[in-house]
Write a protein that binds this ligand. Structure first.
Ligand code: UGA
Length: 436
């Protein structure tokens, strides 16, 4: 089967490359000519483990092609995925301009039956809107279906999530479109992936509800961590024991400096806007967003308060991306914390395995270093913000030798408090009792 994916960002490219790996013939479209030129050579502009290899393998096999022309892609495909961005607008609602523009352009090229699929995270009702836009812009009388097939890809683990998903959601109203969509995902039947078939609006809401729930789990455990700090309890054990209850589950109960990234902050705000438009109070999600803002603030304030006057202090930040295995800095807690530290007068030295190039544009005042030890040179405090694997086994003797001070803030709880205290660090983590 021939399919195309319009928008070759993170979601579009993983979708295209993985469907090509399933044996389909895929055309990926992007309006950025330079990006298309690079993708043809198997080069991508962001960091995602395994994606370049997957792309190159499928380019060699002749199963994936790149173009800037939506017309060319629509002409050659039965299924057309829309995977363009839906960035937040000033009020938090999703910007739908790109989805709408692409829908118009698709319509102009439809000459035979097509299934148009929204993959981007779009507000409830977008499927209907896309259907209307396409109907109004068709050049000839042809049949088409609009389907919602939301993605649940985690950055850094996107290929694994596509190849071994917990579920596939297909929202459609025609049996023909459902049959075609099921056919696309046939390789996943072998691993018995549950497929949820529903209507378009329900599928659209499943995506927002899933992300908002995960964000809520994180804000919940972060607030419990804050309470643990006051009462002298250990949030790691609280989370572990909670997670053993199968109704709760162990995932997304890791306390930290607040969630970031391109999805949770944006999707929670967009869902609040959807609630507002329909006059439905979403108080739990409101609280989740507020708790997350507080958590980032608290992480920065904790460092500032502990160190006192920051004007002659140097702080080493380990990890900049919003989570490991990605170079994505969107809404990263690190940016928030560093800005606060700089404002309080501190000098900041930082190291991240892949995100420094992008961080330099946002935070030119930071000194970017070769590795964790160079970043710790002369620092009064070391702060782990992102739990990259390479920070899980630091050489503490080396850090003690190069650093000026002995403060250590582990915002991801990756070390044992007793171990670090035993090595002479003044160790602070999230929601765990200090070592006496
Ligand atoms: C998230 C969802 O996990 C995906 O299912 C979804 O498809 C995607 O958004 C999207 O909408 O496209 P992602 O943003 O890549 O994926 O990252 P997550 O791994 O979910 O982490 C989000 C943030 O929560 C990170 O800042 C992470 O550090 C934080 N987090 C996560 C915690 O603070 N504690 C946890 O226990 C888990």
């Amino acid at each position: 089967m021939n399919i195309s994916v319009i928008g070759s960002g993170y979601v579009g490219l993983i979708t295209g490359a993985c469907f090509a790996e399933f044996g389909l013939n895929v055309t990926c479209v992007d309006k950025d000519e330079k990006k298309v030129r690079l993708m043809k050579k198997g080069v991508i502009s962001f960091y995602e483990p395994g994606l370049e290899e997957l792309l190159q393998r499928n380019i060699r096999a002749g199963r994936i092609h790149f173009t800037t022309s939506i017309g060319e892609a629509v002409d050659s495909s039965l299924v057309v995925f829309i995977a363009v961005g839906t960035p937040p607008r000033g009020d938090g609602s999703a910007e739908m301009k790109y989805v709408e523009d692409v829908s118009k352009e698709i319509a102009r090229h439809i000459k035979s039956y097509k299934v148009i699929v929204t993959k981007s995270t779009v507000p409830v009702g977008t499927g209907e809107r896309v259907r209307r836009i396409i109907s109004e812009n068709l050049r000839e009388e042809v049949d088409f279906d609009v389907v919602s097939n939301p993605e649940f890809l985690r950055e850094g683990a996107g290929i694994e999530d596509f190849m071994r998903p917990n579920r596939v959601v297909i929202g459609a109203s025609s049996n023909q479109a459902i049959a075609i969509m099921k056919d696309l995902y046939r390789p996943l039947y072998l691993i018995e992936t549950p497929i949820v078939i529903t209507d378009v609006k329900t599928a659209e809401l499943i995506k927002y509800a899933s992300n908002a729930f995960l964000a809520t789990k994180i804000s919940f455990i972060n607030e419990i961590a804050n309470l643990c700090e006051r009462v002298g309890a250990d949030v790691q054990t609280v989370a572990k024991a909670m997670g053993l209850d199968r109704r709760i589950g162990p995932k997304f109960l890791h306390a930290g400096p607040g969630y970031g990234g391109s999805c949770f902050p944006k999707d929670t705000l967009a869902l609040l806007q959807i609630g507002k438009q329909h006059n439905v109070g979403l108080r739990v999600i409101e609280a989740t967003v507020k708790a997350n803002e507080f958590q980032k603030e608290k992480a920065a304030a904790g460092i500032i308060k502990t160190l006192g006057n920051l004007s002659d202090r140097t702080i080493c930040i380990l990890g900049l991306s919003f989570k490991p295995n990605t170079n994505d800095l969107r809404d990263a807690p690190s940016l928030f914390i560093i800005r606060r530290l700089l404002k309080a007068g501190a000098k900041v030295r930082a190291y991240d395995p892949v995100a420094m190039k992008d961080a330099k544009k946002d935070l030119p005042a930071v000194t970017y270093c070769r590795d964790a030890y160079e970043a710790a040179k002369g620092a009064h405090a070391v702060v782990i913000v992102t739990e990259w694997n390479q920070f899980r086994n630091l050489d503490f003797n080396r850090i003690r030798k190069v650093a000026k001070g002995d403060f250590f803030f582990d915002l991801r709880n990756i070390y044992e408090p007793a171990k670090l205290a035993g090595m002479g660090f003044k160790y602070y983590s999230i929601g765990r009792p200090p070592v006496q």
